[in-house]
Write a protein that binds this ligand. Sequence first.
Ligand SMILES: Cc1ncc(COP(=O)(O)O)c(C=O)c1O
Length: 247
Amino acid sequence: MDKEGIKVDPIPDLKKLHNASLLYTIPSFHNPTGTLMTAQRRNELLNICRKAQLPLVEDDVYRELWLDEKPPKPLKAFDKNGLVLYLGGLSKSLSPGLRIGWVVGPEPAIGHLADIKMQTDYGSSSLSQYAAAEWFSSGLYQKHLVDIRNKLRIRRDFTLKTLNKHFSDLATWEKPSGGFYIWLCLLPSVSLRKLFELALEEGLLLNPGNVYDHQADQYLRISYSYASLSDLEDGLFRLSMLIRKLI
Ligand SMILES: Cc1ncc(COP(=O)(O)O)c(C=O)c1O
């Protein structure tokens, strides 16, 4: 990936190399990097996958959590050939406990997926589905989204301010325009394993980059969605001190 999202040029060769049958992508506020794929890159990605006859799974669970402006339209909006399976859900925007998500795709694919779902979990809770339907039809969900964006924006801005205060000589990062995550690139070369263990002894649980990509061993995923502002400030300050100790 680069700052505009997934890089498209290597896709045809990678498809051949791995005999790949599917491309999975999170175009809006990617987990863990926070990257928002540009409209142009979305277009290029769809074109290259169409040419390579490579179906896509578009995981768009962070779409509604935009903080500055609405993200570009989903890839699915331009999919004329039934190449894209589109995923959305309520786990990130409302409640993971509801276990409600959805998939948009060609009917035969949906038929197969419904079959598999039936065999793995007997289907989603009716009660959860009724609750979700009520949120959507009453307008409550739209109101909730406005509220959640306002709260998330405060958290994002506070976290960026805290990073500026304690990490300006230790790391680089981009300002995410939505979602939950800041992908922190550590400047000094420290062992992530040592840092992880040291932090754990202090009661700090880190999300090291190599959980997501074995090459990302100078990265940490910072999530500003859950901890209180005071815990964010305290945790980030203590993390910066641990890094200083290691170098
Ligand atoms: C991109 C993405 N898709 C799906 C999920 C999982 O969501 P759920 O709780 O609905 O299984 C996550 C959770 O972290 C995620 O980041």
